[in-house]
Design a protein around this ligand. Structure first.
Ligand SMILES: NC(=O)c1ccc[n+]([C@@H]2O[C@H](COP(=O)([O-])OP(=O)(O)OC[C@H]3O[C@@H](n4cnc5c(N)ncnc54)[C@H](OP(=O)(O)O)[C@@H]3O)[C@@H](O)[C@H]2O)c1
Length: 337
């Protein structure tokens, strides 16, 4: 263990697309755990689109990041010193922790991981927050029925890949929308999606019409903007529109004026519902258990896009907005062993 702790701060608030100048890497001493605390070494760090909202300085469902302060996010780490009777040195844990080599915790909001059950990195992806988002969004709001047509935008990402696979498990016809040939091939050939649309190269209006001849029963929306406008034109009677994310809008300097959808929702008696995965906090254990079981049974597959080095976390985060990741984007900060 070194004496230096590298940390990544939010140096300035991004205006439009974030760039590396919005971040700063600083070095400080490794903190000493007090009585009841743990020292955790970061092994994997998660970069997530929602963090962009926290960088704006506006309070939403979650408090904003402060400039000049260390960023925090999903982390998988190893207990290297324990002064808390509930944790032992060497245990693997996950929680919301600083973007740093080392951090302190009182253990309250940490979840212990069993490295034998699944690779620990999955706690930040398919068996963690993104997986839970797909699980509760699709099943609780979407209520998929066999034979229904489910369209998923942002389909090749951390949430989208899980939502699509669960929809397949429920007997739905699944159409995935993503931004590259590599992504659409993965969705169709490896995950078994019934059809795919590359929104960068295809005419969205024609493609949705072609691949959803019977209309859209469930739309799991991760991106918003013009992609969603085209899907919304094809929604069926009693369709369910799951508003999970609007990544196409996160870096806009001026909000877009989209179509006003209320009339369409009335005409089709459709439901459009937003949600935050934390709405289901009291059911997370249920979701983790089910996702873990499906993984174990080989019913779910996953991909991770791993960037090495804490210093590359800003670049990995920025890459989310350029579609650089297939599956869950992670940063590997240290070796597990
Ligand atoms: N409601 C919740 O509680 C909750 C929880 C987690 C995540 N989310 C939301 O769910 C969405 C997906 O999150 P994730 O963690 O799974 O991220 P992700 O899909 O793994 O990564 C982001 C992907 O978004 C796509 N993208 C980026 N900019 C885009 C644009 N302008 N237009 C269309 N697509 C764009 C890119 O894929 P392409 O190459 O296909 O463009 C990129 O790879 C995000 O909107 C996120 O904010 C919501």
């Amino acid at each position: 263990m070194t004496n230096t702790n590298r940390c990544i701060l939010l140096a300035s608030r991004p205006e439009g697309m974030p760039d590396e100048g919005n971040f700063e890497l600083v070095e400080e001493g490794v903190p000493e755990p007090a009585d009841g605390e743990l020292l955790i070494q970061t092994i994997y760090l998660s970069v997530d689109p929602y963090m962009r909202g926290r960088m704006t300085g506006v309070r939403t469902y979650i408090s904003p990041f402060d400039t000049g302060k260390v960023l925090t996010g999903g982390v998988v780490g190893k207990v290297v010193v324990s002064r808390n009777p509930n944790f032992e040195k060497g245990e693997m844990v996950t929680g919301n922790l600083p973007w740093a080599d080392y951090s302190l915790s009182d253990g309250k909001y940490l979840r212990k991981l069993d490295p034998e059950a699944a690779p620990v990195s999955t706690a930040l992806g398919i068996a963690g927050m993104p997986g839970l988002t797909a699980y509760f969004g699709l099943l609780d709001i979407g209520k998929p029925q066999p034979g229904e047509t489910v369209v998923i935008s942002g389909a090749a990402g951390a949430v989208g890949t899980v939502a699509g696979q669960i929809a397949k498990l429920y007997g739905c016809r699944v159409i995935g929308i993503a931004g590259s040939e590599k992504k659409t091939s993965y969705l169709q050939q490896e995950l078994g999606f019934d059809a795919v649309i590359n929104y960068r190269t295809e005419n969205m209006k024609e493609a949705v019409k072609q691949h959803c001849p019977d209309g859209v029963d469930i739309y799991f929306d991760n991106v918003g903007g013009p992609i969603s406008d085209m899907v919304m034109k094809r929604i069926n009677y009693k369709a369910r529109i799951i508003l999970c994310g609007q990544i196409s809008q996160y870096n806009l300097k001026q909000p877009e004026q989209g179509p006003r959808l209320q009339g369409q929702l009335i005409q089709r008696s459709a439901l459009m519902q937003g949600f935050i995965v934390s709405d289901y906090a009291d059911r997370h254990a249920e979701g983790i258990k089910q996702l873990g079981q499906w993984l174990k049974d080989g019913k779910l597959q996953y991909r991770e896009n791993v960037v090495n080095g804490l210093e590359n976390a800003p670049q990995a985060f920025i890459g989310l907005f350029h579609g650089e990741n297939l599956g869950k984007q992670l940063v590997k900060v240290a070796d597990e062993q």
